[in-house]
Design a protein around this ligand. Structure first.
Ligand code: HEC
Length: 135
């Protein structure tokens, strides 16, 4: 009896996980932006995003220090010199397609550059600007 209950439950749980997994991890830049906008309760401003990206925020680096002022081509890590692939999605199809990766680097880089995490609105601004960069 137990066995009969267990099997369908397991199958259902697996089905649910398989359904939600792509939603949680694989993303599209435009959907990610919509999510940040919703979280911020406001619409993103590409101009504000560009400003945040290219100006220093009181620390040694700006975002542009590693990604370049126009991140349509590879940048160079400001301290290690390591190659960093283009950040704008139109120039690098892998960008902003993995929510966990995006969140990890936003957290780390905003802390390095601003000394705190970026707000949802700031992430939306930066992403909106990056999405506006076209070949
Ligand atoms: C000290 C160098 C450095 C600085 C400064 C820096 N980044 Fe990055 N950034 C990296 C590296 C290294 C990676 C990870 C390698 C990669 O994805 O190419 C990365 C990755 C990212 C990603 C992941 C994108 C994705 O989903 O693939 C985002 C978003 C990002 N950076 C935004 C920013 C923003 C916004 C700032 C300014 C607040 C900033 N970075 C400043 C080095 C830097």
């Amino acid at each position: 009896m137990k066995h009969h209950i267990f099997v369908p439950c397991w199958a259902a749980a697996f089905g649910v996980a398989a359904f939600f997994m792509p939603v949680a991890h694989a993303a599209e830049p435009a959907h990610l932006l919509a999510g940040y906008n919703a979280q911020a309760g406001a619409n993103a401003s590409p101009e504000r995003g560009q400003k945040l990206f290219t100006t220093r925020q009181g620390r040694d680096w700006s975002c542009a220090s590693c990604h370049g002022a126009l991140p349509v081509q590879a940048g160079r890590h400001a301290s290690t010199g390591k190659h960093i692939a283009a950040l704008a999605p139109a120039f690098n199809a892998e960008r902003f397609t993995d929510t966990a990766k995006t969140e990890k680097w936003f957290r780390r880089n905003c802390n390095d550059v601003i000394g705190r995490e970026c707000s949802a609105g700031e992430k939306a601004d930066v992403l909106a600007w990056l999405l506006s960069l076209k070949p």
